[in-house]
Every structure is written in structure tokens, then in C-alpha cells.
Design a protein around this ligand. Structure first.
Ligand code: SAH
Length: 347
């Protein structure tokens, strides 16, 4: 087993800097790259980042990187990696993903098959198993990914399992939910702080409100779910539990928050309430059925974050035009408020 790992937190395009900031707040040195942020850490770091990062998609271990211009180079490169430090005998290790970009090797299924062969051969050698007899793969799963960019292969193991946007509180969703990690990232990019009022006037399933409450109370986004790495034999269960316990002790359930979500659709409000309840935040977030056109408030310096319907998904173009016009009129009197509207409508 290894002491320290090179890790990457993957992120949606454009959110790398947000993930980088979160990692630095957790105390890691970071290197921001395209679609990912690289850092170093031990098993505890794997647990901590999975449990705490709000804007990332997944945490992956970088097993190695090497030039791979031919299948032979790929095979030798994968074979040379220290698989014995990760995969116990019996491990399930699918090459779950192969991606080739701007490289001589471009047949992804072949990259997958050759990488698999190389790992199998290495383990057979290390564990003194006869070649030709397939390895039993009945144990915990280690999903391996091979990505070749400009003839350089990066070989990764996913530690996360289901993507980090799945927090575990979503009981149901509407027609166009925003991903939880995207909502958290937008909140982090906004000028909202927990001492300001927040309103999502088109709250749908309540994602912005719930993510905001979790940020405000310093609740770890991953406290309510489990991760692929927890099934691995070299991961100490007590260590992971201690990271969870620590996360629990860092939450501040007493902080006063002023977070409200509204939606014209009563069924969505019920879904938002169910999700808030699942997250343990039903008493924290005010949720009600209301048209955004009826929004009025005397409060000052608040923040509106809204992801209104737009053409292709929920309303036709004409109705969207009218709605956006009415949003303008409704929000205009709220002079001290910031307004963040997420839409694909360039007009
Ligand atoms: N961010 C939400 C999805 C928003 S989809 C989530 O994560 O679930 C847009 C929402 O706007 C829909 O739920 C729709 O019911 C609501 N909506 C449409 N017209 C509205 C109006 N006039 N006033 C308030 N809400 C409206």
C-alpha cells in the first residue's frame, strides 16, 4: 500500500478554479489543469476530498503517466505501473473508460483491451498466478481509466463511484434540475454569503437553496453517501469514520440563514420540500408555491439566484420572452439585490 498519492479532482469545464479554491481551503497545494485539479495526498485526503468538495465531479488516483505512441508502448507503460500497491488478489478492475485525443492511438476499445491485458499480466506475475488462467474478479471494484492526450497516457483509478454531484438528498427532480455540484459552484462564484438573504424564485427541486444551506451551515456535501474507495481493503474504516465524525463536528446547525425558494408549480415545491427534508434542512429553507412575478421584499442586500425555464426545455420561446420581461420588471425594484440568472438565452 502507498503512503501518498497523486490525485486529481475532476471538474466540469470552467469550474476548475472553483475546485482549486476549495482544495486550497482544505489545505492542499494545487495545480489547476484542463478539466481537473491535481494535488498530493494520503488515504485520509481521498476521504476528506470526497466528503468535502462541493464543485468537483470525482477524485481519481493518478497511477502513472507515460508516452504511448504505439500499442507496445501502451502495454509496457501500463505493465510497468505498481498495480500491486492498489489491487489485491480478487479485485475487480474494469478498464471502465479509455479516451484518446490528438494521439496516434485512437481506437479506444483496443486501448481498453491492451491496458486490461497489461494489468492482468502484471498481477499474475506479482501474485505468482499461471498465465493463461484468468484472474478471479469477485472482490471490491477499482475502476481504471486510460486517457491518452497528445500521445501521453494517464492511467487513473476512480475513488468516488457515483459522481460527487449525487449528494444523496434528491428524492425526486423536475424536468430540468441543475446538478448539485454546478449549483454549489455558482453559489461560490456569486457574491452570496451566509449573512445575506437568498431567494431562488424558480427553485424547482430546490437545488440552489439546499446547496446554499449546506454551505451556510458548513455541512459536508458527502456526509450522506458512500464512495467506491470505502470498499477497498487498504482503506482503514476507522480513518474514514474519523473524517466523517470530524465533518459532523464542523457543521454549524445554529447559524441563522435566510434562504427562500419559490416555484409556480406546486408539485415542484413538494419535491423541493421532500429533498430539503432528506438533507435535514426542512426547517432551514422556506419553500412556497408562488409566481416569480409576485416576488416582493423589503429586505436589502440580498441575492437572487434563478435558473428559469428556457426555450428548448420547459417553455416555448414566446412564453420565455414574456417571462424574462416580467422577471426584469419584478427584480428592478430590488435595487440593493444582486441577481444571478442562469440561462442559455443569449438575448
Ligand atoms: N434549478 C431547479 C430547476 C429550475 S427549472 C432545480 O435544480 O430543480 C425552472 C423552474 O421554474 C420550473 O420548476 C418551473 O416550474 C419554474 N417556473 C416557471 N415559470 C415560473 C414562474 N412564472 N414563477 C415561478 N416559477 C416558475
Amino acid at each position: 500500500m502507498k503512503e501518498t498519492f497523486t490525485l486529481v479532482a475532476t471538474a466540469a469545464a470552467g469550474l476548475e478554479a472553483v475546485v482549486g479554491r476549495e482544495l486550497r481551503e482544505l489545505g492542499y497545494d494545487t495545480q489547476v489543469e484542463n478539466g481537473k485539479v491535481r494535488f498530493q495526498g494520503d488515504v485520509r485526503a481521498i476521504a476528506e476530498t470526497n466528503i468535502w468538495l462541493r464543485a468537483a465531479d470525482r477524485i481519481k488516483i493518478v497511477v502513472g503517466e507515460f508516452p504511448a505512441r504505439t500499442f507496445e508502448e501502451l502495454f509496457q507503460g501500463v505493465f510497468a505501473l505498481d498495480w500491486e500497491n492498489y489491487l489485491p488478489l480478487g479485485a475487480k478492475f474494469p478498464i471502465s473508460k479509455a479516451k484518446c485525443v490528438k494521439s496516434k492511438l485512437h481506437n479506444e476499445p483496443s486501448v481498453q483491451a491492451i491496458s486490461k491485458k497489461a494489468v492482468v499480466k502484471k498481477l499474475q506475475k506479482y501474485f505468482h498466478r499461471p498465465e493463461g488462467v484468468p484472474l478471479q474478479e469477485t472482490g471490491a471494484e477499482f475502476k481504471i481509466e486510460v486517457s491518452i492526450l497528445k500521445d501521453k497516457a494517464t492511467v487513473l483509478i476512480d475513488t468516488t463511484g457515483a459522481s460527487l454531484f449525487k449528494r444523496g438528498y434528491r428524492t425526486d427532480k423536475g424536468g430540468a434540475p441543475i446538478k448539485e455540484n454546478m449549483a454549489a459552484a455558482i453559489l461560490e462564484l456569486s457574491n452570496w454569503y451566509p449573512d445575506k438573504p437568498l431567494i431562488d424564485p424558480t427553485c424547482g427541486s430546490g437545488t440552489f437553496c439546499i446547496e446554499a444551506a449546506m454551505i451556510g451551515m458548513n455541512i459536508a456535501p458527502g456526509f450522506n453517501r458512500d464512495f467506491a474507495f470505502e470498499a477497498w481493503n487498504w482503506v482503514d474504516k476507522d480513518l474514514v469514520q474519523s473524517v466523517r465524525d470530524e465533518a459532523d463536528s464542523k457543521a454549524n446547525y445554529d447559524i441563522e440563514l435566510d434562504i427562500m425558494g419559490c416555484d409556480i408549480d406546486g408539485r415542484m415545491v413538494e419535491i423541493a420540500k421532500a429533498n430539503a427534508r432528506e438533507a435535514g434542512l426542512e426547517d432551514v429553507i422556506k419553500l412556497k408555491q408562488m409566481r416569480l412575478q409576485d416576488l416582493k421584499t423589503d429586505k436589502i442586500n440580498g441575492v437572487i439566484i434563478s435558473n428559469p425555464p428556457y426555450g428548448e426545455r420547459l417553455l416555448d420561446d414566446k412564453a420565455v420572452d414574456i417571462l424574462y420581461n416580467e422577471m426584469g420588471q419584478t427584480f428592478a425594484p430590488l435595487k440593493t439585490w444582486s441577481k444571478f440568472i442562469l440561462t442559455s438565452d443569449e438575448q
